[in-house]
Design a protein around this ligand. Sequence first.
Ligand code: FAD
Ligand code: PYC
Length: 382
Amino acid sequence: MIIGAGGHGLATAYYLAKEHAIRDVAVLEKGWLGGGNTGRNTTIIRSNYLWEESEALYEHALKLWEALSHELNYNVMYSPRGVLMLAHNLHDVHVLKRHVHANRLAGIDNEWLTAEEAKAFCPPLNISADMRHPVLGAALQRRGGVARHDAVAWGYARASDALGVDIIENCEVRAIRRAPNSAVMALETTRGVIEARRIGVVAAGHTSVIMAMAGLRMPLESFPLQALVSEPIKPVLPCVVMSNTIHAYISQSDRGELVIGAGTDQYVSYSQTGALHIPVHTLEAICELFPAFRRLRMLRNWGGIVDVTPDRSPIISKTPVPGLYVNCGWGTGGFKATPGSGHVFAATIASDDPHPLAAPFSLQRFVSGRLIDEAAAAAVAH
Ligand code: FAD
Ligand code: PYC
């Protein structure tokens, strides 16, 4: 049983069926396919993380993205148009250059651009010296880009379904039953009791609630994270641009809308709207970076609930409860990991042994203290 039909849960089901021949899999979803963070995110894909464990995991995912439309026979519209991460002060310059060097040592593409080179790559970018936060340079990962978020959910769903996986929507998990030896035994859902010998929890934002049903307390906090889109316009923005310092990131969808994301709210919450001042600050920053966009109207905004660990790295892990596995804590940055996350989580569940790329991300690190402190890599305040 997989709890949660977001991209990660569906990808897990797909690789269980495809690579491990485990086909008696069901994915239980309290709402609809991809209605959680998968269908709410700004779809930025990159692997330019700092630490070796993260580089390996996110690069594994990026390589899977490159062949995903072919693998699923479904166009997920992966578009490696380049991700430009802006530096606005000396600290940013040092941090981003450190990432460039670390990535290149690991064989991952990343390069440093001067402000003028960044503007040549992204012509609408304002690099004038009198900005509140002038652009001093940028790190560019050319293989980074975007994909169509709901196509990823639909692609994995269709391909899993073809392999015999059951996907059950409008089915909320309310309780986990355990056997006298403490192993998982069944799930109580809004559609009845379902027996389950192995359960994978992949329910971003709500993981703590579900794990509490098995008596486990998770090192997670849940926050709203917001995004918005403009009215559609002709193609103007050739790449993805991100700025951690001013909490803004932007790309243009194939429909022409500018897709803009903000930082998380400052308080924990399960609200799927979020505080209004957060996107307002983001739009102020975007208008400074791209003065021409000041004239655009915004069409819609929304929020998703992300769960965040103390070290800002995900958890892909066995748990102290036999038969219970968890995949969570992707915070603001799990969309890019979707194929890699599903791939290594499926292997972990199938063999009851952590996949080598997942092993450093186990729950055990919060006991041993061997944290993977990736705060600098998530180019969004959280
Ligand atoms: P989800 O897609 O949230 O799926 C979890 C599912 O579990 C949901 O469908 C939910 O309904 C279901 N569920 C919960 N409780 C239960 C229950 N009791 N019973 C049954 N089902 C249940 N990441 C990036 O890499 N790049 C980005 O640009 C980016 N931008 C973002 C922008 C925003 C505004 C947000 C909100 C997130 C962003 N992220 C980004 C993060 C990314 O969206 C998530 O990390 C990722 O989509 C998580 O996928 P998932 O499949 O784990 O979760
Ligand atoms: O992790 O690249 C990212 C990201 C961008 C916007 C939100 N998360």
